[in-house]
Design a binder for this molecule. Structure first.
Ligand SMILES: Cc1ncc(COP(=O)(O)O)c(C=O)c1O
Length: 412
């Protein structure tokens, strides 16, 4: 149920016309998104009336902000929903400029900003802009599921870095040791999906310095930066950048999906040097044209409107996290790292089973609880448990996991 798709080989048999049906070598190396597939599995089980508890989700269950809905509706009511400039409307660029000033204290211009079809597209286009075939793209392990395949889609080589202390966050030295003359990009996501852990100021400062010294592009995936707990403030990578003009190799990615619960609108963005944004806009223009006009309007509403929904979401997630941590204490042998933000907790279940796929399938089969196997994030033996659902899903879900693990065949 969770296995990566096998999508054929480049040497498929000949078709009726005697020619070979082949797909590209790059395509052959790309797997299906485990998390998106999981959503489809859950929807299918729920449609059959199965009592599934979804602790594998990657989106808040709150509603989009009213200002987003009003702004989107206003455009829709005009009946004129047209193409927009490839890198976004002037209005969304202004909204992103305002966001960058407010949350990063940095003044940028429209030529430094590109709106995309989600943060995912912003990262993908950024990689396509700078990665040549066989260039290396470094990121810490565990990593967000899409990073390796995004690097491969550019013909690049994904280079995951493990923490030498055996924990979940590699140090700057761990990363520096993996840098080679082929390293083109370092990709950092903080707070992190799947661990929820936020990198320290020292780490971010060190990575910015490393990238500037070695001439490496740094993509900061800040998609969860406002969903952080315990009174923490987001860490601002610009604070440590020396190269701030056209020579800057820093690409900051963010979006409305998580913080405004607007995953289906598909709006993210990148902020970078004018030179890079120009090329990124060219690429996006050929790939998809500008993002949906309707979604851009809604995103402008979210970004410029009342911000209380983000605070409410953050507070709800913090409560959910606390409940989850409390309940997980009752599962003997499960090793938990406290998430600083996001809505994910990455739990070490090796006490029960080293094969995370097998364990996730067991939980689904036996007690209809969905979690994401750690192997999807490059780290086996762990399961990612989401706390973006309801408190009752969290408490009942953990209770079911506990019962299932107590009966797990081969339990130590
Ligand atoms: C770390 C990380 N980056 C980027 C994204 C993509 O976000 P979007 O929905 O804006 O494309 C996600 C979504 O799950 C994510 O977890």
């Amino acid at each position: 149920m969770f296995s990566r798709a096998t999508i054929g080989t480049t040497t498929d048999p000949k078709n009726a016309w005697g020619t070979t049906m082949s797909i590209s070598q790059i395509a052959a190396g790309i797997g299906e998104s485990v998390t998106l597939k999981l959503n489809a599995t859950v929807a299918a089980l729920k449609a059959k009336g199965e009592p599934v508890i979804h602790l594998g989700g990657g989106e808040p269950n709150s509603k989009a902000p009213v200002d987003a809905i009003l702004a989107g509706t206003a455009l829709l009511n005009t009946g004129e929903v047209r193409y927009t400039p490839a890198s976004g409307t002037p209005a969304i660029k202004q909204a992103i400029i305002g966001y960058t000033e407010k949350y990063y204290g940095r003044s940028v211009e429209p030529r430094n900003v590109m709106a995309s079809g989600g943060a995912k597209q912003a990262i993908m286009v950024a990689l396509q802009t700078v990665v040549d075939p066989r260039d290396e793209v470094i990121f810490p392990r565990p990593y967000w599921v899409s990073y390796p395949d995004m690097a491969r889609l550019c013909g690049g080589v994904p280079v995951p870095v493990d923490a030498s202390d055996g924990l979940l966050c590699p140090s700057v030295d761990d990363i520096a040791r993996k840098v080679t003359p082929k390293t083109k990009v370092i990709l950092i996501n903080s707070p992190n999906n799947p661990t929820g852990v936020m990198y320290t100021e020292d780490f971010i400062a060190g990575i910015v310095e490393l990238c500037e010294q070695r001439g490496i592009y740094l993509i900061m995936d800040d998609i969860y930066h406002r969903l952080i707990f315990d009174g923490r403030e987001p860490i601002n990578c610009y604070k440590y950048a020396q190269q701030t003009g056209e020579d800057s190799k820093l690409i900051v990615v963010n979006g409305v999906s998580k913080q405004y619960a607007m995953t289906g609108f598909r709006i993210g963005w990148a902020v970078a040097s004018g030179k890079l944004i120009k090329v990124m806009g060219n690429i996006q223009g050929h790939q998809t044209s500008g993002p949906s006009a309707l979604s851009q309007s809604a995103a402008v509403g979210a970004l410029t409107g009342e911000q209380s929904s983000v605070d409410t979401l953050r507070a709800t997630l913090e409560d959910n996290r606390n409940v989850l941590l409390d309940r997980l204490k009752s599962i003997e042998g499960a090793k938990v790292t406290k998430p600083d933000g996001t809505f994910y907790c990455f739990v070490d279940f090796r006490h029960y089973e080293p094969d995370s796929m097998k364990l996730a399938e067991y939980l689904l089969e036996e007690v209809r609880v969905v979690v994401v196997p750690g192997v999807a994030f490059g780290m086996d033996g762990y399961l990612r448990i989401s706390f973006c659902g309801s408190i009752s899903d969290i408490t009942q879900g953990v209770e079911r996991i506990k019962l299932a693990l107590a009966a797990y065949p081969g339990k130590k």
